[in-house]
Design a protein around this ligand. Structure first.
Ligand code: NCD
Length: 310
């Protein structure tokens, strides 16, 4: 494949191949010198029109592990502020030799549109409410690692919170179910997407209904910047029904895992310190993000020759 725009474009076998490649990249990352020459001479452009900490920096680290050159564009300090269009920006960076664009944008569909304006590969690093495929891959990778299993068959996963505004939830649901997991969404109806009937998931409206039964809980951030109307009566009430509180953490199954893509709103969707939970995978998610993004850059730029990196 040339681009990674949505988990919907990947079948189970392609997801497993990327995760297996990420296992190999994680091994590279543990070496004293965590670097291979695989993408020497290639240029990775980080094109971020929306704020990001871990996604941007982990793509940056991933490109460097592969010895690629990295150019980082941030909208806030660019000629976009002088009115330059997205298309002109992409054409300018293509003319500078970009081989791959890593794109984050607040509007859904922007990464796909960019593929029409450049010969370079495009990775979607989060577009609006739509997709964030590398987050879903790193979540799958982290669960495979935690469960010591090659896929997620038979695993019951709850995704809790602001599903409506969440590209992470849209991506996770597709990836988790393709790997054999079953998913239950836990949210008030105002925070569910309008097309929920077509999703392959169960839905409940209280975290207490499933907290003691699931193998994995994925907490989502309350996306206050995407809410143009009050969709929850109050944040205190939200925490009361959907937050991972100390009482609910005590009711988790023995061996259950807790995940959060970050950034966390402490005190809202989570009121326990995740580092105090034995099953917390939050920091593993961040560490694994680099290995997974390394695998994605490698697969898109060198995939055809697909020889394993040494
Ligand atoms: C998420 C995002 O930006 O989509 N964060 C991330 O990439 N780790 C989730 C969020 O913003 O809540």
């Amino acid at each position: 494949v040339k681009h990674l725009l949505s988990i919907a474009d990947l079948d189970r076998g392609q997801i497993i191949d990327l995760l297996d490649m990420a296992d190999h990249m994680a091994e590279v990352g543990r070496r004293p010198v965590p670097k291979v020459p695989a993408l020497r001479g290639k240029t990775v452009v980080n094109l971020f029109f929306e704020d990001s900490t871990r996604t941007r920096l982990s793509f940056d680290a991933a490109a460097k592990r592969l010895s690629a050159d990295v150019m980082t564009f941030s909208a806030s300090s660019s000629s976009v502020n002088k009115g330059e269009s997205l298309r002109d920006t992409v054409e300018t960076l293509t003319a500078m030799g970009a081989d791959i664009f890593v794109v984050r944008h607040r509007s859904s569909g922007v990464p796909r549109r960019i593929t029409e304006w450049t010969s370079a590969s495009v990775v979607n690093a989060g577009d609006g409410w739509h997709q964030h495929p590398t987050q879903a891959l790193l979540d799958c990778f982290t669960l495979r690692e935690a469960l010591c299993s090659s896929d997620l068959s038979g695993v019951r996963i709850a995704i809790v919170g602001d599903v409506r505004h969440s590209r992470v939830a849209r991506s996770d649901v597709l990836a988790f179910t393709r790997l054999g997991a079953s998913v239950v969404l836990v949210a008030p109806s105002t925070l569910l997407p309008p097309d929920i009937a077509s999703w392959e998931v169960d839905v409940v409206h209280e975290l207490d209904a499933v907290v003691a039964d699931v193998d994995v809980i994925v907490l989502l951030r309350m996306q206050r910047e995407r809410m143009d109307q009050a969709l929850v009566p109050s944040l205190v009430e939200y925490t009361g029904r959907f937050g991972l509180t100390p009482e609910r953490a005590r009711r988790l199954r023995h061996g259950a895992f807790v995940m959060h893509p970050g950034p966390m709103n402490r005190g809202i969707e989570i009121t326990v310190d995740p580092s105090s939970l034995p099953g917390s995978l939050v920091t593993r998610q961040v560490t694994n993000g680099v290995a997974v993004r390394t695998a994605v850059l490698y697969a898109l730029l060198e995939g055809a020759s697909s020889e394993v990196v040494r």
